[in-house]
Write a protein that binds this ligand. Structure first.
Ligand SMILES: Nc1ncnc2c1ncn2[C@@H]1O[C@H](COP(=O)(O)OP(=O)(O)OP(=O)(O)O)[C@@H](O)[C@H]1O
Ligand SMILES: [Mg+2]
Length: 236
Protein backbone atom coordinates (compact mmCIF):
# COMPACT_ATOMS: atom_id res chain seq x y z
CA UNK A 1 0.00 0.00 0.00
CA UNK A 2 1.20 3.54 -0.76
CA UNK A 3 1.93 5.26 2.44
CA UNK A 4 3.21 8.59 1.14
CA UNK A 5 2.04 10.07 -2.16
CA UNK A 6 3.49 13.31 -3.50
CA UNK A 7 1.68 14.44 -6.60
CA UNK A 8 2.97 17.16 -8.89
CA UNK A 9 4.17 19.64 -6.28
CA UNK A 10 5.46 23.09 -7.12
CA UNK A 11 7.30 24.71 -4.24
CA UNK A 12 8.35 28.33 -3.95
CA UNK A 13 10.64 30.25 -1.61
CA UNK A 14 9.15 33.72 -1.87
CA UNK A 15 9.03 34.29 -5.60
CA UNK A 16 11.71 31.69 -6.46
CA UNK A 17 10.19 28.64 -8.08
CA UNK A 18 12.20 25.63 -6.79
CA UNK A 19 10.23 22.41 -7.42
CA UNK A 20 8.60 21.92 -10.81
CA UNK A 21 6.05 19.17 -10.45
CA UNK A 22 7.76 16.55 -8.29
CA UNK A 23 5.76 13.32 -7.93
CA UNK A 24 6.78 10.30 -5.91
CA UNK A 25 5.40 7.42 -3.88
CA UNK A 26 6.76 5.53 -0.92
CA UNK A 27 5.17 2.21 0.02
CA UNK A 28 4.93 0.92 3.54
CA UNK A 29 8.22 -0.59 4.70
CA UNK A 30 10.23 0.71 1.76
CA UNK A 31 13.49 2.65 1.88
CA UNK A 32 13.49 5.17 -0.97
CA UNK A 33 16.11 7.78 -1.81
CA UNK A 34 15.99 11.16 -3.45
CA UNK A 35 19.26 11.28 -5.34
CA UNK A 36 20.84 14.33 -6.87
CA UNK A 37 23.64 16.85 -6.78
CA UNK A 38 23.87 20.05 -4.73
CA UNK A 39 20.97 22.44 -4.95
CA UNK A 40 18.62 20.29 -7.06
CA UNK A 41 15.71 20.37 -4.59
CA UNK A 42 16.16 17.31 -2.33
CA UNK A 43 15.88 19.20 0.95
CA UNK A 44 13.06 21.33 -0.43
CA UNK A 45 11.12 18.15 -1.29
CA UNK A 46 11.51 16.80 2.25
CA UNK A 47 10.62 20.20 3.73
CA UNK A 48 7.52 20.44 1.55
CA UNK A 49 6.34 17.02 2.80
CA UNK A 50 6.99 18.14 6.38
CA UNK A 51 5.11 21.42 5.92
CA UNK A 52 8.29 23.49 6.34
CA UNK A 53 8.23 24.77 2.74
CA UNK A 54 5.19 25.89 0.85
CA UNK A 55 3.73 23.95 -2.08
CA UNK A 56 1.83 26.42 -4.23
CA UNK A 57 0.39 23.56 -6.31
CA UNK A 58 0.02 19.82 -6.07
CA UNK A 59 -1.08 17.28 -3.49
CA UNK A 60 0.60 15.32 -0.71
CA UNK A 61 -1.13 12.55 1.21
CA UNK A 62 0.06 10.28 3.98
CA UNK A 63 -2.07 7.18 4.50
CA UNK A 64 -4.61 8.94 2.30
CA UNK A 65 -4.81 11.99 4.54
CA UNK A 66 -3.97 15.41 3.12
CA UNK A 67 -0.77 17.10 4.38
CA UNK A 68 -0.84 20.27 2.30
CA UNK A 69 -1.47 23.35 4.42
CA UNK A 70 -0.95 21.58 7.75
CA UNK A 71 1.63 22.97 10.20
CA UNK A 72 4.75 20.80 10.77
CA UNK A 73 3.72 19.78 14.30
CA UNK A 74 0.46 18.31 13.01
CA UNK A 75 2.33 16.42 10.30
CA UNK A 76 4.70 15.09 12.98
CA UNK A 77 1.69 13.96 15.03
CA UNK A 78 0.47 11.93 12.06
CA UNK A 79 3.58 9.76 12.39
CA UNK A 80 6.17 11.47 10.20
CA UNK A 81 9.61 12.11 11.71
CA UNK A 82 12.07 14.52 10.08
CA UNK A 83 15.82 14.48 10.65
CA UNK A 84 17.20 17.67 9.07
CA UNK A 85 20.70 17.99 7.65
CA UNK A 86 21.63 20.56 10.27
CA UNK A 87 22.18 18.85 13.58
CA UNK A 88 19.55 20.44 15.74
CA UNK A 89 20.55 19.34 19.19
CA UNK A 90 20.26 21.39 22.38
CA UNK A 91 23.92 22.03 23.27
CA UNK A 92 23.31 22.69 26.99
CA UNK A 93 21.08 19.66 27.57
CA UNK A 94 22.59 16.24 28.18
CA UNK A 95 22.32 13.47 25.65
CA UNK A 96 19.56 11.84 27.71
CA UNK A 97 17.64 15.12 28.04
CA UNK A 98 17.96 15.72 24.31
CA UNK A 99 16.35 12.32 23.73
CA UNK A 100 13.63 12.75 26.35
CA UNK A 101 12.54 16.02 24.77
CA UNK A 102 11.58 14.12 21.60
CA UNK A 103 9.31 11.67 23.39
CA UNK A 104 5.82 11.29 21.95
CA UNK A 105 3.38 8.40 22.38
CA UNK A 106 3.10 6.02 19.40
CA UNK A 107 -0.04 6.25 17.30
CA UNK A 108 -0.77 2.54 17.50
CA UNK A 109 -0.40 0.01 20.26
CA UNK A 110 1.04 -2.75 18.09
CA UNK A 111 4.57 -1.28 18.09
CA UNK A 112 6.94 -1.14 21.05
CA UNK A 113 7.54 2.51 21.88
CA UNK A 114 11.07 3.91 21.66
CA UNK A 115 12.87 4.50 24.94
CA UNK A 116 16.24 6.06 25.73
CA UNK A 117 17.62 2.54 26.26
CA UNK A 118 16.41 1.37 22.87
CA UNK A 119 18.03 4.40 21.23
CA UNK A 120 21.29 3.44 23.01
CA UNK A 121 20.95 -0.11 21.68
CA UNK A 122 20.68 1.27 18.16
CA UNK A 123 23.45 3.84 18.66
CA UNK A 124 25.81 2.22 21.20
CA UNK A 125 28.29 5.08 21.01
CA UNK A 126 25.70 7.42 22.58
CA UNK A 127 25.33 5.33 25.72
CA UNK A 128 28.58 6.32 27.46
CA UNK A 129 27.75 9.96 26.63
CA UNK A 130 24.41 9.82 28.50
CA UNK A 131 25.18 12.68 30.90
CA UNK A 132 27.29 14.78 28.57
CA UNK A 133 25.99 18.08 27.16
CA UNK A 134 25.01 17.72 23.51
CA UNK A 135 27.30 20.60 22.52
CA UNK A 136 30.38 18.51 23.41
CA UNK A 137 29.54 15.70 20.98
CA UNK A 138 31.31 15.10 17.66
CA UNK A 139 29.45 15.73 14.41
CA UNK A 140 28.67 12.04 13.95
CA UNK A 141 27.42 11.71 17.52
CA UNK A 142 25.22 14.80 17.10
CA UNK A 143 23.79 13.30 13.93
CA UNK A 144 22.91 10.08 15.80
CA UNK A 145 21.43 12.12 18.64
CA UNK A 146 19.25 14.09 16.23
CA UNK A 147 18.05 10.84 14.69
CA UNK A 148 17.52 9.27 18.13
CA UNK A 149 15.44 12.21 19.25
CA UNK A 150 13.22 11.89 16.18
CA UNK A 151 12.80 8.15 16.85
CA UNK A 152 11.66 8.97 20.41
CA UNK A 153 8.60 10.50 18.73
CA UNK A 154 7.71 7.01 17.41
CA UNK A 155 7.33 7.91 13.74
CA UNK A 156 6.17 5.35 11.18
CA UNK A 157 7.75 7.29 8.30
CA UNK A 158 11.24 8.71 8.71
CA UNK A 159 12.49 11.54 6.47
CA UNK A 160 16.30 11.72 6.60
CA UNK A 161 18.24 14.53 4.97
CA UNK A 162 21.75 13.39 3.94
CA UNK A 163 22.29 11.24 7.03
CA UNK A 164 25.98 10.51 6.34
CA UNK A 165 27.11 13.85 4.95
CA UNK A 166 30.49 14.78 6.37
CA UNK A 167 30.89 11.59 8.40
CA UNK A 168 34.07 9.50 8.48
CA UNK A 169 33.92 6.27 6.43
CA UNK A 170 33.80 4.05 9.51
CA UNK A 171 30.84 6.04 10.88
CA UNK A 172 29.14 5.78 7.49
CA UNK A 173 29.39 1.99 7.81
CA UNK A 174 27.80 2.20 11.23
CA UNK A 175 24.92 4.40 10.01
CA UNK A 176 24.36 2.03 7.08
CA UNK A 177 23.80 -0.82 9.53
CA UNK A 178 21.55 1.32 11.72
CA UNK A 179 19.32 2.37 8.83
CA UNK A 180 19.06 -1.27 7.70
CA UNK A 181 18.04 -2.17 11.21
CA UNK A 182 15.33 0.53 11.28
CA UNK A 183 14.00 -0.82 8.01
CA UNK A 184 13.88 -4.34 9.42
CA UNK A 185 11.89 -2.98 12.33
CA UNK A 186 9.25 -1.91 9.82
CA UNK A 187 9.95 1.80 9.51
CA UNK A 188 9.30 3.41 6.15
CA UNK A 189 12.20 5.64 5.11
CA UNK A 190 12.59 8.44 2.57
CA UNK A 191 16.01 10.04 2.50
CA UNK A 192 17.98 12.58 0.50
CA UNK A 193 21.44 11.66 -0.71
CA UNK A 194 24.13 12.73 -3.19
CA UNK A 195 26.24 9.60 -3.02
CA UNK A 196 24.84 6.72 -5.09
CA UNK A 197 27.14 4.20 -3.43
CA UNK A 198 25.71 4.79 0.04
CA UNK A 199 22.18 5.04 -1.38
CA UNK A 200 22.54 1.67 -3.12
CA UNK A 201 23.54 -0.01 0.13
CA UNK A 202 20.27 0.78 1.83
CA UNK A 203 17.56 1.74 -0.69
CA UNK A 204 15.00 -0.24 -2.63
CA UNK A 205 14.26 2.52 -5.13
CA UNK A 206 15.50 5.94 -6.16
CA UNK A 207 14.14 9.14 -7.61
CA UNK A 208 16.87 11.06 -9.40
CA UNK A 209 16.24 14.80 -9.13
CA UNK A 210 17.72 17.68 -11.07
CA UNK A 211 16.50 21.25 -11.45
CA UNK A 212 13.48 20.62 -9.22
CA UNK A 213 12.23 17.77 -11.44
CA UNK A 214 12.32 13.98 -11.25
CA UNK A 215 14.58 12.85 -14.12
CA UNK A 216 14.52 9.13 -13.44
CA UNK A 217 12.78 6.70 -11.14
CA UNK A 218 13.45 3.02 -10.67
CA UNK A 219 14.94 0.32 -8.52
CA UNK A 220 18.58 0.60 -7.49
CA UNK A 221 19.34 -2.40 -9.75
CA UNK A 222 17.76 -0.66 -12.75
CA UNK A 223 19.53 2.62 -11.98
CA UNK A 224 22.84 0.77 -11.81
CA UNK A 225 22.46 -0.03 -15.53
CA UNK A 226 21.68 3.60 -16.49
CA UNK A 227 25.17 4.96 -17.08
CA UNK A 228 23.88 8.00 -18.97
CA UNK A 229 21.54 9.04 -16.16
CA UNK A 230 24.25 8.49 -13.58
CA UNK A 231 26.80 10.55 -15.49
CA UNK A 232 24.39 13.35 -16.24
CA UNK A 233 22.71 13.79 -12.87
CA UNK A 234 24.79 12.13 -10.17
CA UNK A 235 28.23 12.28 -8.67
CA UNK A 236 30.05 9.19 -9.82
N1 LIG B 1 15.26 29.46 2.02
C1 LIG B 1 15.54 29.55 0.71
N2 LIG B 1 15.25 30.67 0.00
C2 LIG B 1 15.50 30.75 -1.33
N3 LIG B 1 16.07 29.76 -2.05
C3 LIG B 1 16.38 28.64 -1.41
C4 LIG B 1 16.15 28.45 0.01
N4 LIG B 1 16.57 27.22 0.36
C5 LIG B 1 17.05 26.66 -0.78
N5 LIG B 1 16.94 27.50 -1.83
C6 LIG B 1 17.31 27.21 -3.22
O1 LIG B 1 16.51 26.13 -3.67
C7 LIG B 1 17.25 25.26 -4.50
C8 LIG B 1 17.12 23.83 -3.98
O2 LIG B 1 17.73 23.76 -2.69
P1 LIG B 1 17.71 22.45 -1.81
O3 LIG B 1 18.27 22.83 -0.50
O4 LIG B 1 16.37 21.85 -1.85
O5 LIG B 1 18.72 21.52 -2.61
P2 LIG B 1 19.39 20.14 -2.18
O6 LIG B 1 19.16 19.22 -3.32
O7 LIG B 1 18.94 19.73 -0.85
O8 LIG B 1 20.94 20.51 -2.15
P3 LIG B 1 22.12 20.07 -1.15
O9 LIG B 1 22.68 18.83 -1.73
O10 LIG B 1 23.06 21.22 -1.24
O11 LIG B 1 21.54 19.87 0.20
C9 LIG B 1 18.68 25.79 -4.53
O12 LIG B 1 18.82 26.52 -5.72
C10 LIG B 1 18.73 26.71 -3.34
O13 LIG B 1 19.63 27.76 -3.57
MG1 LIG C 1 19.85 19.45 0.95
Amino acid sequence: MDELVVDNIHTFYGTSHILFGISLKVNRGECVCLLGRNGVGKTTTLKTIMGLAHAGQGAITYNEKNLIGLPPYEIARMGIGYVPDERLIFPDLTVRENLEIGEKAPLTRDVAPWTVDRVYQLFPSLKPLDGRPGGYLSGGEQQMLTCGRTLMGNPSLLLLDEPVEGLAPVVVQEVTQQIRHLKKMGLTILFAEQNIKFATEISDRAYVIEGGRVRYEGTMEALEQQSEIKEKYLMI
